[in-house]
Write a protein that binds this ligand. Structure first.
Ligand code: B12
Ligand code: SF4
Length: 435
Protein backbone atom coordinates (compact mmCIF):
# COMPACT_ATOMS: atom_id res chain seq x y z
CA UNK A 1 0.00 0.00 0.00
CA UNK A 2 1.20 3.49 -0.89
CA UNK A 3 0.53 6.53 1.28
CA UNK A 4 1.28 10.08 0.19
CA UNK A 5 1.48 12.83 2.81
CA UNK A 6 1.33 16.40 1.52
CA UNK A 7 1.89 19.84 2.95
CA UNK A 8 0.39 22.32 0.50
CA UNK A 9 2.05 25.58 -0.40
CA UNK A 10 0.55 28.80 0.93
CA UNK A 11 -0.01 31.81 -1.28
CA UNK A 12 1.89 33.80 1.33
CA UNK A 13 5.21 35.18 0.19
CA UNK A 14 6.36 35.23 3.80
CA UNK A 15 7.25 31.91 5.44
CA UNK A 16 5.75 30.05 2.47
CA UNK A 17 7.29 29.61 -1.00
CA UNK A 18 9.68 32.47 -1.70
CA UNK A 19 10.79 32.83 1.90
CA UNK A 20 14.56 33.08 2.20
CA UNK A 21 14.79 29.89 4.26
CA UNK A 22 12.90 26.64 3.84
CA UNK A 23 12.01 25.47 7.32
CA UNK A 24 11.14 21.86 8.09
CA UNK A 25 8.04 20.85 10.09
CA UNK A 26 6.80 18.09 12.39
CA UNK A 27 3.23 17.17 11.48
CA UNK A 28 3.83 14.78 8.56
CA UNK A 29 6.99 13.13 9.94
CA UNK A 30 4.86 12.40 13.03
CA UNK A 31 2.08 10.88 10.91
CA UNK A 32 4.63 8.76 9.04
CA UNK A 33 6.03 7.56 12.38
CA UNK A 34 2.60 6.24 13.39
CA UNK A 35 2.03 4.53 10.03
CA UNK A 36 2.47 0.72 10.08
CA UNK A 37 5.78 -0.43 8.65
CA UNK A 38 4.24 -2.37 5.72
CA UNK A 39 3.04 0.88 4.11
CA UNK A 40 5.29 2.84 1.77
CA UNK A 41 5.15 6.50 2.78
CA UNK A 42 6.16 9.49 0.67
CA UNK A 43 6.12 13.07 1.96
CA UNK A 44 5.76 15.96 -0.48
CA UNK A 45 6.31 19.53 0.65
CA UNK A 46 4.78 21.63 -2.10
CA UNK A 47 7.06 24.54 -1.28
CA UNK A 48 9.87 22.56 -2.88
CA UNK A 49 8.40 19.65 -4.85
CA UNK A 50 5.61 19.12 -7.34
CA UNK A 51 2.88 16.55 -6.83
CA UNK A 52 2.60 13.88 -9.52
CA UNK A 53 -1.12 13.05 -9.59
CA UNK A 54 -0.49 10.04 -11.82
CA UNK A 55 1.36 7.99 -9.21
CA UNK A 56 -1.10 5.33 -8.01
CA UNK A 57 -1.30 6.19 -4.31
CA UNK A 58 -3.89 4.29 -2.26
CA UNK A 59 -4.32 6.99 0.35
CA UNK A 60 -3.41 10.68 0.56
CA UNK A 61 -3.09 12.59 3.83
CA UNK A 62 -2.96 16.40 3.73
CA UNK A 63 -2.03 18.75 6.56
CA UNK A 64 -3.67 22.14 6.71
CA UNK A 65 -3.42 25.23 8.76
CA UNK A 66 -5.92 27.91 7.75
CA UNK A 67 -3.95 29.74 5.01
CA UNK A 68 -3.16 26.40 3.35
CA UNK A 69 -6.80 25.27 3.21
CA UNK A 70 -7.76 26.48 -0.31
CA UNK A 71 -4.68 24.87 -1.87
CA UNK A 72 -5.26 21.72 0.22
CA UNK A 73 -8.79 21.51 -1.23
CA UNK A 74 -7.48 21.83 -4.81
CA UNK A 75 -5.02 19.00 -4.21
CA UNK A 76 -7.66 16.85 -2.50
CA UNK A 77 -10.17 17.42 -5.34
CA UNK A 78 -7.55 16.40 -7.94
CA UNK A 79 -6.82 13.12 -6.14
CA UNK A 80 -10.47 12.36 -5.45
CA UNK A 81 -11.29 12.89 -9.15
CA UNK A 82 -8.86 10.00 -9.75
CA UNK A 83 -10.60 7.85 -7.13
CA UNK A 84 -7.91 8.22 -4.45
CA UNK A 85 -9.07 8.41 -0.82
CA UNK A 86 -8.10 11.64 0.93
CA UNK A 87 -7.75 12.27 4.67
CA UNK A 88 -7.05 15.69 6.19
CA UNK A 89 -5.78 16.84 9.56
CA UNK A 90 -4.29 19.92 11.23
CA UNK A 91 -5.37 23.19 12.85
CA UNK A 92 -7.98 24.19 10.28
CA UNK A 93 -9.82 20.88 10.55
CA UNK A 94 -10.68 21.66 14.16
CA UNK A 95 -12.09 25.03 13.27
CA UNK A 96 -14.04 24.04 10.15
CA UNK A 97 -14.70 20.26 10.11
CA UNK A 98 -17.77 20.43 7.83
CA UNK A 99 -15.99 22.55 5.26
CA UNK A 100 -12.98 20.21 5.21
CA UNK A 101 -15.26 17.17 4.88
CA UNK A 102 -16.60 18.57 1.60
CA UNK A 103 -13.15 17.92 0.13
CA UNK A 104 -12.09 14.75 1.92
CA UNK A 105 -13.19 11.22 2.67
CA UNK A 106 -12.19 11.43 6.32
CA UNK A 107 -10.85 13.98 8.77
CA UNK A 108 -8.86 13.77 11.99
CA UNK A 109 -9.91 16.36 14.54
CA UNK A 110 -7.14 17.22 17.00
CA UNK A 111 -3.94 15.35 17.64
CA UNK A 112 -3.39 12.27 15.51
CA UNK A 113 -0.90 10.01 17.26
CA UNK A 114 -3.43 7.78 19.02
CA UNK A 115 -5.95 7.76 16.17
CA UNK A 116 -3.91 7.36 12.99
CA UNK A 117 -3.10 3.62 13.35
CA UNK A 118 -6.84 2.96 13.87
CA UNK A 119 -7.70 5.02 10.77
CA UNK A 120 -5.20 3.08 8.67
CA UNK A 121 -6.62 -0.19 9.95
CA UNK A 122 -10.17 0.90 9.07
CA UNK A 123 -9.01 2.00 5.62
CA UNK A 124 -7.38 -1.37 4.95
CA UNK A 125 -10.63 -3.11 5.96
CA UNK A 126 -12.67 -0.79 3.71
CA UNK A 127 -14.40 0.63 6.79
CA UNK A 128 -13.07 4.18 6.88
CA UNK A 129 -15.18 6.48 9.04
CA UNK A 130 -15.78 10.11 8.13
CA UNK A 131 -14.61 11.62 11.40
CA UNK A 132 -11.85 10.56 13.78
CA UNK A 133 -11.63 12.54 16.99
CA UNK A 134 -9.44 11.93 19.99
CA UNK A 135 -11.08 12.16 23.40
CA UNK A 136 -8.75 14.36 25.41
CA UNK A 137 -5.12 14.87 24.50
CA UNK A 138 -2.05 12.78 23.74
CA UNK A 139 0.07 11.74 26.70
CA UNK A 140 3.42 13.10 25.55
CA UNK A 141 5.26 10.41 27.48
CA UNK A 142 3.87 7.79 25.14
CA UNK A 143 5.26 9.33 21.94
CA UNK A 144 7.37 6.94 19.92
CA UNK A 145 10.71 8.08 18.45
CA UNK A 146 10.03 10.19 15.38
CA UNK A 147 11.13 9.10 11.92
CA UNK A 148 13.04 12.01 10.49
CA UNK A 149 14.35 10.44 7.31
CA UNK A 150 11.43 11.16 4.96
CA UNK A 151 12.06 14.91 4.70
CA UNK A 152 14.80 15.48 2.19
CA UNK A 153 17.22 17.21 4.57
CA UNK A 154 19.32 19.05 2.02
CA UNK A 155 16.27 21.01 0.86
CA UNK A 156 15.80 22.66 4.26
CA UNK A 157 17.90 24.91 6.41
CA UNK A 158 19.96 22.70 8.69
CA UNK A 159 17.82 22.76 11.81
CA UNK A 160 15.99 19.97 13.63
CA UNK A 161 12.50 20.68 14.98
CA UNK A 162 11.62 19.15 18.34
CA UNK A 163 8.80 19.49 20.85
CA UNK A 164 8.96 19.19 24.61
CA UNK A 165 5.51 20.53 25.59
CA UNK A 166 2.09 21.16 24.06
CA UNK A 167 -0.73 23.48 25.08
CA UNK A 168 -0.96 26.99 26.49
CA UNK A 169 -3.05 28.34 29.39
CA UNK A 170 -3.29 31.95 28.16
CA UNK A 171 -5.89 31.52 25.42
CA UNK A 172 -5.12 34.87 23.74
CA UNK A 173 -8.13 35.99 21.75
CA UNK A 174 -6.40 35.83 18.33
CA UNK A 175 -4.60 32.50 18.80
CA UNK A 176 -5.61 28.95 17.81
CA UNK A 177 -3.28 27.10 20.17
CA UNK A 178 -5.27 26.81 23.40
CA UNK A 179 -8.36 25.48 21.68
CA UNK A 180 -6.36 22.94 19.71
CA UNK A 181 -3.80 21.70 22.23
CA UNK A 182 -5.63 22.57 25.46
CA UNK A 183 -5.24 25.10 28.24
CA UNK A 184 -2.51 23.33 30.21
CA UNK A 185 1.18 22.87 29.52
CA UNK A 186 1.49 19.17 28.88
CA UNK A 187 5.11 18.19 29.27
CA UNK A 188 7.12 15.41 27.76
CA UNK A 189 9.59 13.71 30.05
CA UNK A 190 12.96 15.41 29.74
CA UNK A 191 14.72 12.06 29.59
CA UNK A 192 12.65 11.19 26.55
CA UNK A 193 13.52 14.51 24.88
CA UNK A 194 17.18 13.92 25.64
CA UNK A 195 16.98 10.41 24.16
CA UNK A 196 15.60 11.95 20.97
CA UNK A 197 18.35 14.57 20.92
CA UNK A 198 20.94 11.83 21.25
CA UNK A 199 19.65 10.24 18.03
CA UNK A 200 19.88 13.44 15.97
CA UNK A 201 22.55 13.55 13.35
CA UNK A 202 24.66 16.68 13.82
CA UNK A 203 23.50 19.53 11.58
CA UNK A 204 26.09 21.96 10.26
CA UNK A 205 25.25 25.07 8.30
CA UNK A 206 27.47 26.77 5.80
CA UNK A 207 27.86 29.49 8.41
CA UNK A 208 29.41 26.80 10.60
CA UNK A 209 26.84 26.80 13.39
CA UNK A 210 26.42 23.17 14.36
CA UNK A 211 23.64 21.17 16.00
CA UNK A 212 20.88 23.72 15.52
CA UNK A 213 17.58 22.76 17.11
CA UNK A 214 14.28 24.67 17.14
CA UNK A 215 11.98 23.78 20.04
CA UNK A 216 8.52 24.45 18.59
CA UNK A 217 6.82 24.65 22.02
CA UNK A 218 4.71 27.79 22.32
CA UNK A 219 6.39 28.56 25.62
CA UNK A 220 9.47 26.56 26.48
CA UNK A 221 9.49 27.97 30.03
CA UNK A 222 5.75 27.43 30.60
CA UNK A 223 6.51 24.78 33.22
CA UNK A 224 9.51 26.19 35.06
CA UNK A 225 10.71 22.94 36.64
CA UNK A 226 10.50 21.17 33.31
CA UNK A 227 12.47 23.95 31.62
CA UNK A 228 15.09 23.90 34.35
CA UNK A 229 15.57 20.14 34.03
CA UNK A 230 15.59 20.36 30.24
CA UNK A 231 18.26 23.06 30.14
CA UNK A 232 20.44 21.16 32.59
CA UNK A 233 20.15 17.83 30.79
CA UNK A 234 20.68 19.04 27.21
CA UNK A 235 23.87 20.90 28.08
CA UNK A 236 26.23 17.97 27.28
CA UNK A 237 24.84 17.81 23.72
CA UNK A 238 26.29 21.21 22.81
CA UNK A 239 23.20 22.31 20.92
CA UNK A 240 22.65 25.75 19.47
CA UNK A 241 18.97 26.07 20.06
CA UNK A 242 16.10 28.45 19.36
CA UNK A 243 12.69 28.45 20.98
CA UNK A 244 9.68 30.50 21.98
CA UNK A 245 9.20 31.90 25.47
CA UNK A 246 7.00 34.24 27.44
CA UNK A 247 8.29 37.59 28.64
CA UNK A 248 8.46 36.61 32.34
CA UNK A 249 11.70 34.79 31.54
CA UNK A 250 13.36 38.21 31.65
CA UNK A 251 12.92 38.28 35.43
CA UNK A 252 14.30 34.80 35.99
CA UNK A 253 18.08 35.05 36.08
CA UNK A 254 18.59 31.45 37.11
CA UNK A 255 16.62 30.15 34.13
CA UNK A 256 18.28 32.62 31.76
CA UNK A 257 21.68 31.51 32.87
CA UNK A 258 20.73 27.82 32.45
CA UNK A 259 19.27 28.59 29.01
CA UNK A 260 22.47 30.32 27.90
CA UNK A 261 24.68 27.53 29.24
CA UNK A 262 22.57 24.94 27.42
CA UNK A 263 23.19 26.68 24.07
CA UNK A 264 20.21 29.02 23.64
CA UNK A 265 20.96 31.29 20.65
CA UNK A 266 17.66 33.11 20.51
CA UNK A 267 14.05 33.21 21.63
CA UNK A 268 10.92 34.26 19.82
CA UNK A 269 8.88 36.39 22.20
CA UNK A 270 5.36 37.63 21.48
CA UNK A 271 5.38 41.34 22.39
CA UNK A 272 2.16 41.65 20.32
CA UNK A 273 1.43 45.29 21.18
CA UNK A 274 2.83 48.44 22.74
CA UNK A 275 -0.50 49.15 24.45
CA UNK A 276 -1.31 47.68 27.87
CA UNK A 277 -4.99 48.07 27.08
CA UNK A 278 -4.59 45.78 24.05
CA UNK A 279 -2.59 43.25 26.05
CA UNK A 280 -5.28 43.16 28.74
CA UNK A 281 -7.99 42.84 26.14
CA UNK A 282 -6.42 39.92 24.28
CA UNK A 283 -5.34 38.12 27.47
CA UNK A 284 -1.56 38.29 27.06
CA UNK A 285 -0.92 38.24 30.78
CA UNK A 286 2.90 38.07 31.07
CA UNK A 287 3.44 41.30 29.08
CA UNK A 288 3.78 44.78 30.65
CA UNK A 289 4.80 47.41 28.10
CA UNK A 290 6.79 49.64 30.46
CA UNK A 291 9.03 46.64 31.18
CA UNK A 292 9.72 45.80 27.54
CA UNK A 293 13.07 47.55 27.19
CA UNK A 294 14.46 46.33 30.50
CA UNK A 295 13.23 42.80 29.68
CA UNK A 296 15.05 42.93 26.35
CA UNK A 297 18.25 44.22 27.95
CA UNK A 298 18.24 41.56 30.63
CA UNK A 299 17.72 38.67 28.22
CA UNK A 300 20.35 40.07 25.87
CA UNK A 301 22.82 40.39 28.73
CA UNK A 302 22.94 36.56 28.62
CA UNK A 303 23.93 36.77 24.94
CA UNK A 304 20.54 35.39 23.98
CA UNK A 305 19.08 37.12 20.92
CA UNK A 306 15.40 38.10 20.79
CA UNK A 307 13.04 37.72 17.87
CA UNK A 308 10.16 40.00 18.84
CA UNK A 309 6.74 39.47 17.33
CA UNK A 310 4.23 42.34 16.93
CA UNK A 311 0.69 42.54 15.56
CA UNK A 312 -0.99 45.58 13.96
CA UNK A 313 -4.72 46.11 13.69
CA UNK A 314 -6.13 45.69 17.21
CA UNK A 315 -9.26 47.72 17.92
CA UNK A 316 -7.23 50.21 19.99
CA UNK A 317 -4.69 50.76 17.16
CA UNK A 318 -5.11 54.05 15.34
CA UNK A 319 -2.86 55.42 12.60
CA UNK A 320 -0.19 56.48 15.11
CA UNK A 321 0.57 52.84 15.91
CA UNK A 322 3.16 52.55 13.14
CA UNK A 323 5.23 55.55 14.26
CA UNK A 324 5.07 54.39 17.87
CA UNK A 325 6.19 50.94 16.81
CA UNK A 326 9.10 52.36 14.80
CA UNK A 327 10.19 54.57 17.67
CA UNK A 328 10.27 51.48 19.90
CA UNK A 329 12.15 49.33 17.39
CA UNK A 330 14.83 51.97 16.96
CA UNK A 331 15.50 51.85 20.69
CA UNK A 332 15.00 48.13 21.12
CA UNK A 333 18.07 46.55 19.55
CA UNK A 334 15.98 43.44 18.88
CA UNK A 335 17.95 40.88 16.90
CA UNK A 336 14.96 40.06 14.69
CA UNK A 337 11.34 41.12 14.38
CA UNK A 338 8.26 39.38 13.07
CA UNK A 339 5.36 41.62 12.04
CA UNK A 340 1.84 40.46 11.34
CA UNK A 341 -1.54 41.96 10.61
CA UNK A 342 -4.26 40.88 13.06
CA UNK A 343 -5.79 37.77 11.52
CA UNK A 344 -9.05 36.35 12.86
CA UNK A 345 -8.39 32.62 12.55
CA UNK A 346 -11.65 30.67 12.54
CA UNK A 347 -12.26 29.01 15.88
CA UNK A 348 -10.78 31.89 17.87
CA UNK A 349 -12.65 34.41 20.03
CA UNK A 350 -11.33 37.12 17.74
CA UNK A 351 -13.01 35.52 14.72
CA UNK A 352 -16.32 35.09 16.53
CA UNK A 353 -16.38 38.70 17.74
CA UNK A 354 -15.47 40.27 14.40
CA UNK A 355 -17.88 38.02 12.52
CA UNK A 356 -20.69 38.95 14.92
CA UNK A 357 -19.94 42.62 14.31
CA UNK A 358 -20.03 41.99 10.54
CA UNK A 359 -16.47 43.26 10.14
CA UNK A 360 -14.88 40.35 8.28
CA UNK A 361 -15.02 41.12 4.55
CA UNK A 362 -12.69 38.43 3.21
CA UNK A 363 -13.32 34.73 3.84
CA UNK A 364 -10.71 33.52 1.37
CA UNK A 365 -8.55 31.52 3.80
CA UNK A 366 -5.49 31.86 1.59
CA UNK A 367 -5.38 35.51 2.68
CA UNK A 368 -5.26 34.46 6.35
CA UNK A 369 -1.50 34.58 6.33
CA UNK A 370 -1.00 37.68 8.55
CA UNK A 371 0.13 39.75 5.55
CA UNK A 372 -3.37 40.57 4.29
CA UNK A 373 -6.15 42.58 5.92
CA UNK A 374 -9.34 40.51 5.98
CA UNK A 375 -11.49 42.65 8.32
CA UNK A 376 -12.46 46.29 8.82
CA UNK A 377 -10.15 47.75 11.48
CA UNK A 378 -11.86 50.00 14.02
CA UNK A 379 -9.71 53.12 13.82
CA UNK A 380 -8.29 53.19 10.30
CA UNK A 381 -9.10 51.92 6.84
CA UNK A 382 -7.99 48.43 5.82
CA UNK A 383 -5.79 50.03 3.16
CA UNK A 384 -4.07 52.22 5.75
CA UNK A 385 -3.45 49.14 7.92
CA UNK A 386 -1.95 47.26 5.01
CA UNK A 387 0.28 50.18 3.94
CA UNK A 388 1.38 50.90 7.52
CA UNK A 389 2.32 47.23 8.01
CA UNK A 390 4.36 47.22 4.79
CA UNK A 391 6.06 50.49 5.74
CA UNK A 392 6.96 49.17 9.20
CA UNK A 393 8.25 45.83 7.87
CA UNK A 394 10.40 47.51 5.23
CA UNK A 395 11.81 50.01 7.69
CA UNK A 396 12.61 47.26 10.21
CA UNK A 397 14.52 45.29 7.60
CA UNK A 398 16.21 48.12 5.71
CA UNK A 399 19.94 47.44 5.61
CA UNK A 400 20.50 50.52 7.76
CA UNK A 401 18.06 49.33 10.41
CA UNK A 402 19.54 45.83 10.41
CA UNK A 403 22.95 47.36 11.01
CA UNK A 404 21.60 49.56 13.80
CA UNK A 405 19.78 46.71 15.53
CA UNK A 406 22.65 44.25 15.30
CA UNK A 407 25.80 46.31 15.60
CA UNK A 408 26.06 46.04 19.37
CA UNK A 409 24.33 42.68 19.73
CA UNK A 410 26.31 40.04 21.59
CA UNK A 411 24.10 37.22 20.35
CA UNK A 412 25.38 34.74 17.72
CA UNK A 413 26.28 37.07 14.81
CA UNK A 414 26.74 34.08 12.49
CA UNK A 415 23.08 33.30 12.97
CA UNK A 416 21.40 36.70 13.23
CA UNK A 417 23.19 38.57 10.43
CA UNK A 418 22.38 36.03 7.66
CA UNK A 419 18.86 35.67 9.06
CA UNK A 420 18.25 39.42 8.85
CA UNK A 421 19.70 39.74 5.37
CA UNK A 422 17.53 36.82 4.21
CA UNK A 423 14.43 38.43 5.73
CA UNK A 424 15.38 41.77 4.11
CA UNK A 425 14.96 40.12 0.69
CA UNK A 426 11.83 38.21 1.74
CA UNK A 427 10.17 41.41 2.97
CA UNK A 428 10.98 43.18 -0.30
CA UNK A 429 9.42 40.29 -2.22
CA UNK A 430 6.40 40.29 0.08
CA UNK A 431 5.77 44.03 -0.32
CA UNK A 432 6.11 43.75 -4.10
CA UNK A 433 3.60 40.89 -4.17
CA UNK A 434 1.11 42.85 -2.04
CA UNK A 435 1.05 45.83 -4.42
C1 B12 B 1 6.64 25.57 14.08
C2 B12 B 1 5.54 26.42 13.49
C3 B12 B 1 5.71 26.94 12.22
C4 B12 B 1 6.91 26.55 11.35
C5 B12 B 1 6.61 25.17 10.71
C6 B12 B 1 5.25 25.08 10.06
C7 B12 B 1 4.54 23.74 10.19
N1 B12 B 1 3.97 23.33 9.10
O1 B12 B 1 4.49 23.12 11.22
C8 B12 B 1 6.96 27.75 10.37
C9 B12 B 1 7.87 28.80 10.95
C10 B12 B 1 7.40 27.43 8.93
C11 B12 B 1 5.53 28.27 10.45
C12 B12 B 1 4.97 29.07 9.51
C13 B12 B 1 3.69 29.56 9.56
N2 B12 B 1 2.84 29.46 10.58
CO1 B12 B 1 3.20 28.37 12.14
N3 B12 B 1 3.44 27.47 13.73
C14 B12 B 1 4.36 26.68 14.23
C15 B12 B 1 4.01 26.22 15.66
C16 B12 B 1 4.70 27.13 16.66
C17 B12 B 1 4.34 24.76 15.97
C18 B12 B 1 3.83 23.76 14.92
C19 B12 B 1 4.05 22.35 15.44
O2 B12 B 1 5.03 21.73 15.11
N4 B12 B 1 3.16 21.85 16.30
C20 B12 B 1 3.28 20.52 16.88
C21 B12 B 1 2.70 19.49 15.88
C22 B12 B 1 2.82 18.12 16.48
O3 B12 B 1 1.33 19.81 15.73
P1 B12 B 1 0.58 19.91 14.31
O4 B12 B 1 1.53 20.40 13.29
O5 B12 B 1 -0.65 20.68 14.52
O6 B12 B 1 0.25 18.40 13.97
C23 B12 B 1 -0.60 17.57 14.76
C24 B12 B 1 -2.10 17.67 14.43
O7 B12 B 1 -2.48 18.93 13.92
C25 B12 B 1 -2.38 16.57 13.45
N5 B12 B 1 -2.13 16.78 12.03
C26 B12 B 1 -1.47 17.77 11.41
N6 B12 B 1 -1.44 17.54 10.10
C27 B12 B 1 -2.08 16.39 9.84
C28 B12 B 1 -2.33 15.71 8.66
C29 B12 B 1 -3.03 14.52 8.69
C30 B12 B 1 -3.29 13.78 7.42
C31 B12 B 1 -3.51 14.03 9.91
C32 B12 B 1 -4.27 12.77 9.95
C33 B12 B 1 -3.26 14.70 11.11
C34 B12 B 1 -2.54 15.88 11.07
O8 B12 B 1 -1.47 15.57 13.87
C35 B12 B 1 -0.25 16.14 14.38
C36 B12 B 1 0.20 15.30 15.54
O9 B12 B 1 -0.77 15.25 16.55
C37 B12 B 1 2.44 26.43 15.65
C38 B12 B 1 1.83 26.59 17.01
C39 B12 B 1 1.48 25.22 17.57
N7 B12 B 1 1.55 25.08 18.84
O10 B12 B 1 1.15 24.28 16.85
C40 B12 B 1 2.31 27.64 14.72
C41 B12 B 1 1.02 27.78 13.86
C42 B12 B 1 0.63 26.42 13.38
N8 B12 B 1 1.44 28.61 12.74
C43 B12 B 1 0.52 29.40 12.37
C44 B12 B 1 0.64 30.30 11.27
C45 B12 B 1 -0.48 31.29 11.09
C46 B12 B 1 1.76 30.27 10.41
C47 B12 B 1 1.97 31.14 9.18
C48 B12 B 1 0.78 31.39 8.31
C49 B12 B 1 2.57 32.44 9.70
C50 B12 B 1 2.79 33.49 8.67
N9 B12 B 1 2.46 34.65 9.04
O11 B12 B 1 3.26 33.27 7.59
C51 B12 B 1 3.10 30.38 8.44
C52 B12 B 1 2.56 29.48 7.29
C53 B12 B 1 3.64 28.59 6.76
C54 B12 B 1 3.36 27.88 5.51
N10 B12 B 1 3.39 26.58 5.54
O12 B12 B 1 3.17 28.43 4.50
C55 B12 B 1 -0.73 29.29 13.23
C56 B12 B 1 -1.85 28.55 12.50
C57 B12 B 1 -3.21 29.11 12.82
C58 B12 B 1 -4.27 28.41 12.02
N11 B12 B 1 -5.47 28.45 12.54
O13 B12 B 1 -4.09 27.89 10.98
C59 B12 B 1 -0.17 28.61 14.49
C60 B12 B 1 -1.15 27.74 15.27
C61 B12 B 1 0.40 29.70 15.41
C62 B12 B 1 -0.64 30.50 16.17
N12 B12 B 1 -0.37 30.76 17.42
O14 B12 B 1 -1.66 30.92 15.69
N13 B12 B 1 4.92 27.84 11.56
S1 SF4 C 1 0.58 32.99 24.87
FE1 SF4 C 1 1.15 32.58 22.68
S2 SF4 C 1 0.56 30.42 22.30
FE2 SF4 C 1 -0.43 31.04 24.23
S3 SF4 C 1 -2.49 31.65 23.59
FE3 SF4 C 1 -1.21 33.54 23.64
S4 SF4 C 1 -0.37 33.76 21.56
FE4 SF4 C 1 -1.19 31.66 21.73
Amino acid sequence: MKLLLVTPVAKSKFLGRGFAFNLPFLSLPIISTYTPADIKVTIIDERIERIDYNVPYDLVGITLMTPLAPRAYEIADEFRKRGVTVVMGGMHVNARPEEVLEHSDAIVIGEAERIWPQLIDDFKKGALKRIYKLDGYTNLDTLIPMKRDLLCKNKYVPVEFLETTRGCPFGCHFCSVTKFFGGKYRVRSVDDVVREIATLKPTASRFSIKNVVFFVDDNIIGDRNHARELFEKIKPYKLNWLGQASMNLAKDDELLSLARDSGCMGLLIGFESLSDEVLKDVGKKPNVTREYLSAIRNIQSYKIGIMGSFIFGFDQDDETVFDRYWEFIRRSGLEAVYLGIMTPYPGTRCYDELEKEGRIFDHDWSNYDTSHVVFHPKQMSSDRLSKGYQWAFRKTYSLYSIYNRLRSSQAYPLFFWPMNIGIHFSVNRLVKALN
